[in-house]
Design a binder for this molecule. Structure first.
Ligand SMILES: [Ca+2]
Ligand SMILES: [Ca+2]
Length: 455
């Protein structure tokens, strides 16, 4: 290629309005050569496929590769995977293996390994985010798909550095829908991307070039100012030898869940909220605080926590301290229901770190509060020595009789266990049979007797 430069027509503003570019296929085949030594321009053999918003790279074999872009006919924009190779020595073009993913607004550069990388850009009408990275090997005339661009972008800049890495700079952030400051480094030897110091000014449709001093220059493009003052003459320099990784932003996704027991509960009865605070990571959470403003209709009875401490009564504040990634803490809050109806209790969690998902930082649990007249009374008597427990809780008889109230139609499972030297023999009254578990549906007040015998 010598010291000549080649100009391929493309858009100045990165737009692709169909009306602006009628007859585009013919207009965008022009190739002109500039010779810095003589300051002279010359017209060269036209590119076979007219297109815009393509990528162009000079490979180490002395040839140029024109990759992707789009053309337009009958008002329809078509993304292209076209690859055409220009040989400056013979002023001829050859068609090469097409890029697997047709794209426009992509960035193309050659790394020191001799491979050409096509980064970002989007397929018109495809809808997929512009994160695709594909590698072209000029010697094999073959493409491979590589690790995706972390920040999906189009109309970005791409340039190689003497350290063997490529830098993908700026462009339009597909997710944010705005010009980007992203600076992401690609290492072809490990096929990995690393986030680097962002470009100071968010820009798209910029030009990137590597100077003999080893530094990269981001030139022009358009920034976030209103049109038409958004076209910028700005030049910002990136020195790959001195850039650093931006400090990682600590983040921890705290999440909360709670259950209540019993539900329904009788007026005057104690209701327990069991609240689990969990850190879904990725970093450890510090200063984890659970707060719970108790709803009207309940009075505070007790609070306990598996770590840290809780204070307050109407509003409880539990300082849980730190939670490692994946760790959890459990807070139990006992309240007495004071009025029939429904109560809804909301518990919230916060921490010192940024939380990437806020929807799971609060949870509300509802409980039905019934008058005793609405409830069914279950009375369990134990004959002999043993214990009867229930699920849901409420019954725990050993050795005497006990009573619990359940909501209308509640399903209750009773389990009998004999004391040492005794065996469970059979149920009587509302339960029957000799298996140690009995399932009941409480449509009315019921009495159950568990009979144990000495071994
Ligand atoms: Ca969260
Ligand atoms: Ca409930």
């Amino acid at each position: 290629m010598g010291s000549d430069a080649f100009v391929f027509h493309a858009f100045a503003d990165g737009s692709y309005s169909c009306t602006m570019y009628g007859g585009l296929a013919a207009a965008f085949t022009v190739v002109e050569e500039y010779d810095p030594a003589t300051n002279v321009w010359a017209t060269k053999a036209p590119m076979p496929t007219g297109r815009a918003a393509l990528g162009l790279a000079a490979a180490s074999n002395g040839k140029l590769y024109a990759i992707g872009g789009f053309n337009e006919g009958n008002g329809t924009v078509t993304s292209l995977g076209t690859v055409e190779e220009y040989d400056p020595a013979t002023n001829t073009w050859a068609t090469k293996a097409p890029m697997p993913s047709a794209r426009l607004g992509l960035a193309v550069a050659t790394a020191s390994n001799g491979k050409v990388y096509a980064v970002g850009g989007f397929a018109n009408g495809d809808g997929s985010p512009p994160y695709i990275v594909q590698e072209y090997d000029p010697s094999a005339n073959a493409w491979n798909t590589k690790a995706s661009l972390p920040t999906p972008r189009y109309y970005l800049g791409l340039a190689p550095a003497p350290n063997g890495k490529l830098y993908a700079i700026g462009g339009i952030d597909y997710r944010a829908g705005a010009n980007s400051t992203a600076s992401e480094e690609y290492d072809p030897s490990t096929n990995t991307w690393t986030s680097r110091s962002p470009m100071p000014t968010a820009r798209a449709a910029l030009a990137m070039a590597t100077a003999p001093n080893g530094r990269l220059y981001a030139i022009g493009g358009y920034d976030n100012k209103p049109y038409p003052s958004n076209y910028t003459t700005l030049v910002e320099e990136l020195d790959p030898a001195t850039i650093v990784n931006p400090p990682p932003v600590a983040s921890a996704d705290l999440a909360i869940s709670q259950t209540d027991s019993p539900d329904p509960v009788a007026v005057g009865g104690v209701l327990t909220y069991t609240i689990v605070a969990r850190n879904n990571g990725p970093q450890s959470a510090t200063g984890v605080t659970l707060t719970d403003s108790l709803p009207a209709g309940v009075n505070f009875v007790s609070a306990s926590t598996s770590q840290g401490s809780c204070s307050g009564t109407a509003t409880l504040t539990c300082a849980l301290g730190s939670l490692a990634n994946g760790a959890s803490a459990t807070v139990s809050i006992g309240v007495r229901a004071t009025a029939a109806g429904g109560v809804a209790n909301t518990a919230r969690i916060t921490g010192n770190e940024a939380d990437p998902a806020s929807a799971n930082n609060a949870e509300t649990e509802g409980t039905t509060v019934l008058t005793t007249a609405d409830l069914s009374r279950l009375t369990v008597a134990v004959e002999g020595q043993g214990r009867v427990t229930s699920n849901p809780g409420g019954i725990d008889c050993h050795p005497n009789s006990c009573v619990a109230n359940y909501g209308p139609g509640a399903s209750v499972s009773l389990t009998a266990a004999a004391a040492n030297g005794w065996r469970f023999d059979h149920w009587e009254r509302a339960c029957q049979g000799q298996t140690s578990t009995c399932n009941l549906t409480l449509g009315s007040d019921l009495l159950v007797k568990a009979v144990g015998l000495k071994c």
